[in-house]
Ligand binder design. Structure first.
Ligand code: MN3
Length: 199
């Protein structure tokens, strides 16, 4: 597990105007930091867990002692999900590579993929995430997880993540979740998604 929260890797304003700098700052330095701090607090008496990356732990929930299980699922999920989310955001990246072929094979076109992703995002009730994942059969699926649950715990490998907690968009988009989803679909780092796909 990291000693300290990993740097964001780009400036808070890098995703303007799709995601505003203030949202990025609060989301990373307050929300994500808080999940990370609470995760570290939960595992501090468990050196065997501290040695592992959070993704490895979330991939096998059975290794988490009962007394800290819900905290690790919530806060470790919060850490892992956000770390992943930041990594797939970038402006002006062309839809390309093997992942573009796989998406077109599966959904017909990028537009149809985006439409299905949008529909499932709008349909999510309450707080959670929408994911494009590779499932056990190496097929693409768009799934939702509630709260900070990780697709890794369902044995699915994340390729794209969208944070649909209100804190991810409320400052800029207020109640207009559909606009946020639309903005998000403009800033997918397809190079990174392709990397995850080929891993
Ligand atoms: Mn969030």
């Amino acid at each position: 597990m990291e000693e300290k929260l990993t740097k964001l890797g780009y400036e808070y304003d890098s995703l303007e105007p799709f995601i505003d700098a203030k949202t990025m700052e609060v989301h990373y330095s307050k929300h994500h930091q808080n999940y990370f701090n609470k995760l570290k607090e939960s595992v501090k008496e468990h050196p065997d867990l501290i040695k592992k990356d959070i993704d490895e732990i979330l991939s096998n929930l059975n290794i988490i002692p009962e007394e800290i299980k819900s905290s690790v699922i919530n806060n470790g999920g919060g850490h892992s999900n956000h770390r992943f989310f930041w990594s797939i955001l970038k402006k002006d990246v062309e839809f390309n590579g093997e992942i573009s072929e796989k998406i077109c094979d599966t959904y017909g076109s990028l537009e149809s993929f985006k439409n299905e992703f949008k529909e499932k995002s709008i349909a999510l009730f309450g707080s959670g995430w929408i994911w494009l994942v590779l499932n056990e059969n190496n097929n693409l699926e768009i799934i939702q997880t509630k709260n900070q649950d990780s697709p890794l715990s369902l044995n699915k490998r994340p390729l794209i993540a969208l944070d649909l907690w209100e804190h991810a968009y409320y400052l800029k988009h207020q109640n207009k979740r559909a606009d946020y989803i639309e903005d998000f679909l403009n800033i997918i780092n397809w190079e990174k998604v392709n990397e995850y796909f080929l891993k």
